[in-house]
Design a protein around this ligand. Structure first.
Ligand code: IMP
Ligand code: MG
Length: 176
């Protein structure tokens, strides 16, 4: 049997926070040409909830990046394994990420998206592991600050498991 995580943020609190941030985005982007880009795989759950809380005719797209390996630590060596389908030039881009940890993945991704000349570029991150940051990343819409522990659930995985949990939890420290 697998080890079950200890709950950190309940599914009710997540729903409430996503709804609040959705309302903020709705008023901030009224009348703009909004494209919401979810970063796979981790952001697929929050993306599904967030797009339904934003009451705007937004376009939806996804990108997948990989930092090498199935390890729990980011290397900063990032490659785009699935690119956007949409052209973002001149549009208002909102990148939707599950968690910002070291910030290395987002730093790379935001630079490469900026080079495509969107009208604006902002970041939504459900979780901010602020103590783990190695490079600064500006998060415009932030769900929750989390401790420097390994987080799973609500889209986030450990070795491709736990993504389906409706809440956010922490795994006990891995031995060895
Ligand atoms: P960063 O480059 O270190 O900011 O993290 C990049 C990616 O690693 C995130 O988008 C997540 O997919 C993953 N990640 C970082 N920390 C965690 C965690 O605590 N649990 C699950 N995935 C994580
Ligand atoms: Mg991710």
């Amino acid at each position: 049997m697998r080890e079950m995580p200890q709950e950190l943020i309940s599914s009710e609190r997540i729903k409430q926070r996503v709804r609040e941030l959705g309302e903020e985005i709705t008023s901030d982007y009224a009348g703009s040409d909004l494209v919401m880009v979810g970063i796979l795989k981790g952001a697929f759950v929050v993306m599904a909830d967030l797009v339904r809380s934003v009451e705007l005719p937004a376009r939806i797209d996804f990108m997948a990046v990989s930092s090498y390996g199935m390890d729990t630590k980011s290397t900063g060596v990032v490659s785009i394994v699935k690119d956007l389908d949409l052209d973002i030039r001149g549009r208002d881009l909102l990148v939707v990420e599950d968690i910002v940890d070291s910030g290395l993945t987002l730093d790379f991704l935001l630079r490469s998206l900026k080079a495509r000349e969107p009208a604006s570029l902002s970041l939504f991150a459900l979780l901010d592991k602020v103590e783990a940051r190695k490079v600064p990343v500006e998060i415009k819409y932030r769900g929750f600050e989390v401790p420097n522990r390994f987080i799973v659930g609500y889209g986030l995985d450990y070795a491709e498991k736990y993504r389906e949990l409706p809440y956010i939890g922490v795994l006990e420290e891995q031995k060895g």
